[in-house]
Every structure is written in C-alpha cells, then in structure tokens.
Design a protein. Structure first.
Length: 367
C-alpha cells in the first residue's frame, strides 16, 4: 500500500518536473567539439533501380554489394539506414562523392544545407518525430545525395523511415516517379520530410490545446513545467524548420545541371509547404506566450483572492480586538466593568459588529 502511494506521488510530482536535461540536449550542439558520430551497431541497405517499364528491388544488402549495383539505365536509389564510417566512406568513394560531403554525413549537429561538389548535389536536413510517450520532438539527420542517375539517402535509424510512400509509388508503373529523373526522386523525398513536419506540429498542437484547457481550469506547478517543456520543443521545431526553408530556396536558385527546370515547379510547392510550416510554428510560439500570460494571470488572481480573504478576516476580527483592548484597560471607571451583564454586553458587541460588517461587505460586493 505504501509502495503504491509512493508511485502515485512520483507520477503526480516527479523529481524531474523542472529538469534542465532537455535544455542541455538542445544547447549542447557544437560540431567543433565532436565532429564525428559513433558508429551504429548495424546498417540496413536497400536498392531500387527503376525505369518506366520495370523496377528492381534488393534488400538486406551489405556495403560491398554496392560496387556491382550502379546501372546506367534508369534511376538508382540506394537507402542506407544506420551510419557506419567505413561503409559511408566506401559508398562515397564508389559513387564519386567528395570527401567533404562524406565528412558532413558523418558529422553531428549540422545545420540543414545544400552543396554541389564534383558533379554531385548534396542536401542535409533533419527529420522530425514527435515522441508521444516522452512528449518531445526527436531529430534525425538525413543526407540526400543526387547524382546524374542515382540518389543516395542516408538515415541514422531504420525504424524511423518515412519513405515507404515512395517505395509504394515505385511499384505503380503509371506514377510520375517512374517516368522522371533522379531529381524528381530527390523532390519526393524532401516533400515527404516536410510533410512529416506537419504531423509533428499536429502532435504539439494537441499538447498545447490540452495545456491551455488545464491552465484555464486549474493552474499548478505541473502546468508551469509543461509550459516550460513545450516552449523548449517549439525551439527545437523552429530551429529545424527555418533552415529547411533556406535549403529549398537555394535549390530553387540553383543552376545545377542535375536539377531540371521541369522539376522546379515541384520544389516551389515544397517551398510553400515549408513556409506554411514555419508560419505555423510562429503561431504556436505566440499561443504558448498567451498561455504563459494566462498562467501568470491565474496565479495573480489566486493570490489576490487569498489576500482578499485575509483582509476580510482581519477586518472582521479588528472590532473584537479593539473592544477587548478597551475593556481590558486598567482604569477605575470603565463602562460595565462592575456590571453582572458587562461580559455579555461586550461579547454581544463583538459578535454583532462583525455580522453587520459582513452584511455591509455583501451589499458592496466585496465578499
């Protein structure tokens, strides 16, 4: 019974209610300190090679298999889940990717960006996920490498892949993806990543709605902790969305031969989406500021109510204090001092005066 009570108290008032651990995670990104990540325990490699008439799929490959997969026909898509330094370097060497791009892939905490080196167009951006259990926004770095006839996508974790819609569309012969070049595949990947941002914001939006209802009904320390937590998650959201808008803008301004003009209109659509996502993140920030103001207003209102009650109680007790002080003076001539009914007269005055004051306070709307 005692154990259950302790568990209940921990769930209601956890010790890490105002923990700064999340703040350290947000502010600890410094690529000058740790330029390379730790190798993943394992990697999963899949390969898709498609033309308008056929599609070839291979899964559960090892990195050495890539040396035999590059095909001049159609478009090739190599997806690598799990970053291992030796494998990334081997893949970059085989596909003619510059070592500076390989360094960016292996680095952590990189800002979303684009670059073109030696006939290869490189995009680095972050995938966002909303963890329902921890109520935090998780970030995964994704590298996209565009060549003349191939696209390489490199992800940190396999269980957070969002490219399944692309795999499904590749199986449909009439899909635009099958009839266009590698740059359209790049657009499709970035479009899916950006669309996933809205799912993250939807999760945050639900949290904000619940928080606003909680603050409106009852404000407590847990409400303040949730306000603090959600503001941190909005910082993570905005910090990852804003650079992606610049990334899409740089693609639109690019004069790379790897990007066809016919694909530009699709990237313009992605730019509209990321702009909308950025504006929505600003709206969420404004809503959180209003919720914080509402919380402070409720706290001040409760404090004023408490002060009001204390003032009323003090006012009601003041007459009894004065009367007791007057009749307690050490003088010979005090009214009712030697009267048998003196005590009862003083007591009646002490009771009647506060009752009259209560009646007067109610008439004035003070209580």
């Amino acid at each position: 019974m005692v154990l259950k009570a302790n568990q209940l108290l921990k769930s209601l008032f956890p010790s890490n209610l105002f923990s700064t651990k999340r703040t350290r995670e947000i502010l600890s990104i410094n690529p000058t300190i740790e330029t390379e990540r730790k190798d993943a325990l394992k990697s999963e490699i899949s390969y898709f090679q498609y033309t308008p008439t056929q599609v070839q799929t291979k899964k559960d490959l090892i990195i050495s298999d890539l040396t035999t997969l590059k095909s001049p026909e159609g478009v090739s898509w190599i997806n690598i889940d799990g970053i291992i330094k030796s494998e990334i370097e081997l893949a970059c060497t085989h596909f003619g990717v510059h070592y500076l791009i390989a360094e960016d892939i292996l680095s952590v905490g990189q800002r979303p960006k684009t670059d073109e080196v030696d006939g290869v167009y490189y995009c680095l951006l972050n995938m966002l996920y909303f963890n329902q259990d921890k109520r935090v926004v998780e970030v995964e770095q994704i590298s996209l490498i565009l060549g003349d006839t191939f696209v390489i996508s490199i992800q940190e974790e396999a269980d957070k892949d969002v490219f399944n819609p692309i795999r499904t569309r590749l199986q449909v012969q009439k899909s635009q993806l099958r009839h266009r070049g590698a740059d359209y595949l790049l657009y499709s990947m970035i479009d899916l990543i950006v669309d996933n941002y809205f799912l993250v914001m939807e999760g945050l939006g639900e949290e904000i709605e619940q928080l606003e209802e909680e603050v409106t009904r009852r404000s407590n320390k847990r409400s303040l902790a949730r306000i603090n937590q959600l503001r941190k998650e909005l910082i993570v959201l905005k910090r990852n969305i804003a650079p992606v808008r610049d990334l899409i803008g740089s693609i639109l301004r690019s004069e790379s031969e790897l990007l066809n003009e016919s694909t530009t209109k699709y990237f313009k659509d992605v730019y509209d989406h990321i702009t909308q996502a950025f504006d929505l993140s600003e709206n969420y920030r404004d809503v959180m500021m209003s919720i914080q103001d509402l919380y402070l207003s409720n706290v001040n209102l409760k404090m004023n109510e408490a002060m009001k009650i204390m003032a009323v109680v003090t006012s009601l007790l003041a007459p009894a204090t004065v009367i007791g002080g007057v009749f307690g003076m050490n003088f010979d001539k005090i009214p009712f001092a030697h009267s048998p009914a003196g005590f009862y007269i003083a007591l009646a005055i002490m009771i009647i005066t506060p009752l009259f004051m209560i009646f007067w306070f109610k008439r004035r709307g003070l209580v």
